[in-house]
Design a protein around this ligand. Structure first.
Ligand SMILES: C[S@@+](CC[C@H](N)C(=O)[O-])C[C@H]1O[C@@H](n2cnc3c(N)ncnc32)[C@H](O)[C@@H]1O
Length: 187
């Protein structure tokens, strides 16, 4: 490199100019933390087909990341139903407890066909949501439902399969557009 050339890294915008820096930006200056997103949590999913189909839905609807618990799916992991190879683009992360990965300011929402849940058509989605789904051959237990801020259900006759439920919840979120809790001030 010639002495008059500046290394690329020195051309990065100064962090000091971020509105997070209250020394330079007075109270009331809008923060940049205004982006809505969704994540998915899968509680002990049964099979690679289940997870693959969920990954495909995640890719279609722009989900930020997918977390799962349990070992059943890992034992036979492949991504047969994730033909678009979404798992390369969206992080798929195994964890022992979904409670440990809740991002700051993100609202956990249990999705389960259960007494006392709120009907999805009338639900206003959180700006940042972690939607948690039960396994194909079980349900979300009371402990995880109680930990979630909201429990929602889709008013179907009988339950859907896991991937179908994920698609419906994400479609509902998309169809409601900017109508998350903070409205249009979120991007
Ligand atoms: C196939 S279902 C589980 C099987 C079901 N518990 C049973 O009695 O056979 C898999 C998961 O999809 C979700 N699910 C399916 N249908 C739903 C509905 N109508 N409303 C909300 N969640 C639903 C739940 O998260 C559930 O744990």
């Amino acid at each position: 490199m010639r002495p008059d050339q500046t290394p690329q890294v020195l051309n990065l915008p100064a962090l000091l100019q971020s509105p997070y820096n209250r020394a330079l930006f007075p109270e009331g200056t809008p923060l940049v933390a205004d982006k809505r997103y969704s994540c998915i949590g899968l509680y002990n999913p049964k099979s690679p087909e289940n997870v693959g189909s969920v990954m495909r839905a995640a890719g279609c609807y722009g989900v930020a990341s997918v977390f799962y618990t349990g070992k059943r799916y890992e034992r036979a992991a492949d991504f047969v139903t994730d033909t678009k190879r979404v798992h390369y683009d969206i992080p798929l992360i195994g964890i022992d407890d979904l409670k440990k990965i809740l991002p700051l300011n993100c609202v956990p929402v249990a999705v389960e066909l259960v007494e006392g849940a709120r009907p999805l058509p009338e639900y206003t989605h959180p700006d940042r949501a972690l939607y948690i789904f039960g396994p194909e051959d079980g349900s979300l237990d009371k402990e995880i439902r109680d930990w979630c801020e909201d429990v929602v259900y889709i008013p179907t006759t009988g339950c859907m399969n896991l991937a179908a439920t994920v698609n419906v919840v994400l479609y509902d979120r998309m169809a409601k557009g900017l109508n998350t809790r903070s409205g249009p001030k979120f991007r």
